[in-house]
Write a protein that binds this ligand. Structure first.
Ligand code: HMG
Ligand code: MG
Length: 317
């Protein structure tokens, strides 16, 4: 089988937007620094596979994330497809200046729900991170940009343990009140479980303006996504091939793989606009450049085997 058998589940959305983070969240944590031309081809392939939103790179301090130090050059190389959004991560005004210089139309700021991660990831306290984001969001909106926001460590933090739900809601509400159009709830270290997801979305008063961003460290990402869909969320972050992590949280491994997500969504009869075979082909191509196999289960099942054949279960079964 190369596509799942579709059986609709009542109450789920008809369509989900997959917010692709592979070129940013994926590549920022790969040991191999990928040549900028390979990154540009990766982004081009993602758009060709049907992605309509591709988080392309970050304008953070290049010493903090050297893997994305070529952000400006990459944006110059990417041939933008009409109708496709190419947001970039921006932490501060210096990052916004760089994004504006390069014609970026959408940015994402990224806050922490915990004190320790705010210090480690942003060199700020939990409280002072907002002083950094406020002028960024205000100036971006004045310049006509769309601004997304992330909250990291929404479920737990390696140094502080479980994150109180109220603390996540407080941080998230402040970002939404600043004018961010969407808030992505990040399980940076992949420790969340479905009941916790349902409770967190409920604590926000429902799914309006919420997206979810699950890392698959503990194998919970798909179950957590299903909980979020059942709660009404329609935007799900994922990384093609399941590459990724976060360089400032040791226990963060790859994002939910786009292919694994698409298999589940198409199986539930939920439209994504994505071509699964093209995504698998792209992940196989990228894995060769990264020198390691894709961690995605669907890529492993459908991709080329090391002997050059294809793992086709129609034949094997
Ligand atoms: P800082 O050291 O406090 O910065 O870093 P500063 O404001 O004190 O400035 C120090 C120097 O850095 C100055 O240069 C600035 O110009 C320069 P100098 O005057 O000394 O020559 N600088 C910059 N240069 C280029 N671009 C910039 C920039 N900003 C300052 N944007 C800062 C503060 C926020 C910049 C730093 O902490 C940083 O870059 N952090 C980013 C860390 C990061 O990218 N982490 C990964 C992304 S988050 C993530 O993956 C989680 C997520 O996926 C969701 C989830 O999974 O939960 C989103
Ligand atoms: Mg992440």
């Amino acid at each position: 089988m190369r596509e799942p058998y579709a059986v609709r589940e009542a109450g789920l959305p008809d369509r989900v937007t997959v917010y692709e983070v592979g070129p940013r969240d994926g590549l920022q944590n790969e040991k191999a620094v990928v040549p900028v031309e390979v990154k540009a081809e990766f982004v081009t392939r993602l758009a060709a596979a049907g992605h309509r939103v591709i988080e392309t790179t970050s304008f953070v301090h290049p010493k903090w994330v050297p893997q994305l130090a070529d952000a400006a050059e990459l944006l110059g190389l990417v041939e933008k497809v009409p109708g496709v959004r190419y947001p970039v991560l921006v932490p501060n005004e210096r990052g916004l200046d760089r994004a504006l210089e390069h014609g970026v139309e959408e940015i994402a700021v990224f806050a922490s729900a915990t004190e320790t991660f705010a210090r480690r990831n942003l060199n700020r306290t939990l409280a002072s991170q907002f002083e950094m984001f406020e002028p960024v969001v205000a100036r971006a909106l004045e310049n006509g940009l769309r601004v997304r926001a992330y909250v990291s460590m929404c479920f737990g933090d390696p140094w502080e343990g479980p994150t109180p739900v109220g603390q996540v809601v407080e941080v998230g509400r402040r970002l939404l009140d600043m004018g961010c159009f969407e808030l992505s709830l990040g399980d940076t270290i992949g420790v969340g479980t479905p009941g916790h997801v349902t409770a967190l979305i409920g604590a926000f008063g429902g799914p309006s303006r919420l997206a979810v961003h699950f890392h698959d460290t503990y194998g919970q990402a798909l179950a957590n996504t299903l909980a979020a869909l059942r709660a009404g969320v329609t935007v799900v972050d994922a990384s093609t091939g399941g590459i990724g992590g976060c360089p400032y949280a040791d226990s963060a491994t790859g994002n939910l793989a786009t292919e694994d997500l698409v298999w589940m969504l198409h199986g539930l009869g939920v439209e994504t606009g994505l071509d699964l075979a093209s995504l698998v082909e792209t992940s196989t191509w990228l894995a060769a450049r990264l020198g390691r196999p894709s961690p995605s289960r669907v890529v492993q099942a459908l991709g080329e085997t090391p002997t050059g054949g294809t793992a086709d279960h129609d034949v094997k079964e």
